[in-house]
Write a protein that binds this ligand. Sequence first.
Ligand code: PGA
Length: 225
Amino acid sequence: MKQLYIIANWKENAVKPTEWFDEVQSEKFKVQSSEEKTTIVCPPFSLLQEVKHYIDEKQLPIKLGSQDISQFAKGAHTGEVSGETLQELVQYVIIGHSERREMGETNEIVNEKTERAIENNLIPIICVSNKEQTHSLRLQDKTIQQLIAFEPLEAIGTGQPEDPQSANNVAKKIKNTLGNVLVLYGGSVNAENVNEFTKQEHINGVLVGGASLDAKSFSGIIQKA
Ligand code: PGA
């Protein structure tokens, strides 16, 4: 059975962690998270500590990720969050989301952030929307796990997901280009369509924005993936 990653990206939304987790019901996570399915939640930085505490206390089989990482190792960079401090809290980090690229994040910055993640033993989830971004990635040691999320711009937050077969074709091409990576799909994934994506040969999971904010719909996605 192939490995699947189900990732919640809460973006800048003030989700109430305790209510969200209580609603998803810890039991559901326990039943549904098998070795092949890894569930990762990526809250805003300010909620990481609280979510980590909850996951640890209830011993939930959920991993924690951040939505970004500083391109710098340390120093005088007001507002930036270093890999060194993130390492204490998370195992995964989203890098190069299209919403950050829109704010000026370049391919070079994405590569530097990926380096900082790997140096701090964090697994990067690198987002790409097109061929040019894929080709520009300078991946690190190919033996280290790195996840690539293919997110076509026109599918993000629009309710109009990419056609699953064409997403599969892109995932195959990304693997051919980059080698040893797992490719996820992101863009308007919900409980109704998730399986159309996860059943594709080259797609190893989904990155979910809007539908991850509602605990019930995210729990539906975990079950149906
Ligand atoms: P969406 O967002 O699920 O709301 O389309 C996906 C993403 O931005 O990662």
